[in-house]
Design a protein around this ligand. Structure first.
Ligand code: HEM
Length: 151
């Protein structure tokens, strides 16, 4: 069982490397992120209007970094300062919690389309890797408690 999970994690890491290389913290100008925001915002007017004042070029870069923070949480259990900060920003945004699932679905569909070696197991590996981070964000969503004080 442990071995199976290790194999699934290896699929995630290999796919991440194919998509973004090993330079984790910078860039964001890959077609992947452009496509992600097209899909995510294409989902509804509600999402588009939330991003109406957002600098999308910057957004693509910070999203790239945040994927690394999400993967770190999955792999090590460590909530980075940046992940807490992102949770705090979203806590104040006025949107239904279900949009986190829309976000994750849009991201996985981009992985499936942009990573030519992605198969069903790889897509599941991505979902597993990002779910703890999404759950962390959901935990603080629309609460009055600061995630900076939390676990
Ligand atoms: C776990 C999933 C998500 C991650 C990792 C994520 C990541 C990020 C990051 C890194 C930022 C930039 C924060 C900064 O300014 O430093 C951001 C901003 C933003 N996110 Fe998310 N996000 C997620 C889910 C969502 C969802 C579901 C929505 C709902 C529509 C959303 C709406 C926004 C908006 C509107 C901004 C821009 C705020 C502004 O312009 O200042 N995000 N997100």
């Amino acid at each position: 069982m442990v071995e199976a999970l290790a194999q699934i994690n290896a699929r995630f890491e290999a796919s991440y490397g194919r998509l973004f290389g090993n330079d984790i913290a910078t860039h964001g100008d890959e077609p992947f992120f452009q496509d992600f925001y097209d899909r995510f915002m294409g989902h509804s007017e509600e999402i588009r209007s939330l991003f109406r004042n957002t600098d999308l070029a910057r957004q693509r870069t910070v999203l790239r970094r945040s994927l690394f923070d999400m993967a770190t949480f999955y792999a090590t259990g460590i909530v980075t300062a940046r992940l807490r900060h992102i949770a705090r920003i979203h806590q104040r945004l006025d949107f239904p919690i279900d949009l986190y699932d829309v976000w994750l679905d849009a991201l996985i569909s981009c992985v499936e389309d942009h990573d030519s070696a992605c198969d069903a197991t790889t897509a599941m590996a991505w979902r597993l890797a990002l779910t703890p981070g999404v759950t962390y964000m959901k935990l603080w969503h629309r609460t009055d408690v600061s995630p900076l004080d939390g676990p």
